[in-house]
Design a binder for this molecule. Structure first.
Ligand code: DQA
Length: 144
């Protein structure tokens, strides 16, 4: 199996950015733990602070025979119709994830533009949200 994890803006700063909200673990720690836990799953990773680059990466994944994408779109979650459209355009499932529980936070984080286009949503479990996202794709694949 092949799964792509994608992070949007400011998530390159995980470990330093608002540790009270996002924790002190880095994305490298998270990816190492995931690859150890699921050695038979190829886990690729992409991060960009730029909306169009995230869309380009999603579209490129259509030619890579991947089983699904775990996407933390960061603040673009709340604003991006373009990402919504891109997710609807691809031929694999996309799982929306958030480290924090966005529903416990500011009102502007309560609405997601991308949720209706995603297969499901996971939020509030810290870096474990990525693991749960990966496992959602693995289990969905086993059901088919
Ligand atoms: C986030 C939540 C978003 O509201 C925020 O803009 C982020 C991170 C999360 O993982 O909790 O950048 O997606």
């Amino acid at each position: 199996m092949k799964i792509l994890i994608m992070n949007g803006p400011n998530l390159n700063l995980l470990g330093q950015r608002e540790p009270g909200i996002y924790g002190s673990g880095t994305m490298d720690d998270c990816l190492n733990a995931l690859r150890t836990l699921h050695p038979r799953v190829e886990i690729d990773y992409y991060q960009s602070n730029i909306e169009g680059e995230l869309i380009n990466r999603l579209q490129a994944a259509m030619n890579e025979h991947i089983d699904g994408v775990v996407l933390n779109a960061g603040a673009y979650t709340h604003t991006s119709i373009a990402l919504h459209d891109a997710i609807r355009s691809v031929n694999f499932p996309v799982i929306e994830v958030h480290i924090s529980n966005v529903h416990q936070r500011e009102d502007f984080r309560h609405h997601s533009m991308i949720s209706p286009a995603c297969k499901g949503v996971i939020c509030g479990f810290g870096l474990n949200s990525y693991r749960l996202g990966v496992e959602a794709i693995i289990y969905a694949r086993q059901e088919n």
